[in-house]
Design a binder for this molecule. Sequence first.
Ligand code: HEC
Length: 176
Amino acid sequence: MNAHKTLWIVLAMSMLGLMFFLSKPWADDKMEKAFRDSVIPNDFGPTTINVSHYPKKMQAYYKLFITRCSKCHTVARPINAQFLELTQKGEIIAKKEDPEIFKDTDVWKVSPTIWDHYVHKMMSKHGAVISKKEGREIYEFLVYDSKKRKTGMNSKEWEQERKRLLKNLKEITNGL
Ligand code: HEC
């Protein structure tokens, strides 16, 4: 085989390889699926909370929350979550005084252990460095803050914001 011929073969094979590489639609499909499965509406909402009117202790816990819970995803994920933790007694009272918050679990997911469950789940994830004390403080903040922002006189505003995020995600992933 002369050098000329070898060169042509190498060139032709590279072209074939390139064509194969460029025509891998299944790779895009896979990426789109991974994207669709990994994004949640929460991620496109705000990444801060105005805590200026919260008690001093909660303001300190907020700072801890912002640093510890932004390592693997942004804090938008917990900030814009539908989760609302009420004690069983609190739930009975809310059913009378604030019945709105039980009508759509995509907007308010009420449970007596929901933040407890998620804080523990996050603490046990590979790469999480959150001490027991810190976990407790972040948990206290999340319970307090969710009640403040998602119930009572703020429930309407929360509902609008959460529904905006749900609609927004639908538009982003539309056609994927
Ligand atoms: C070590 C990485 C890591 C850290 C640190 C972390 N998370 Fe997560 N978080 C994840 C992963 C991965 C997911 C998606 C899968 C899942 O829900 O388990 C997630 C999902 C979430 C969700 C969405 C759950 C749902 O199903 O809607 C919330 C809320 C959340 N995290 C809150 C927090 C809070 C609060 C903290 C701080 C205490 C935190 N995360 C710290 C990795 C982490």
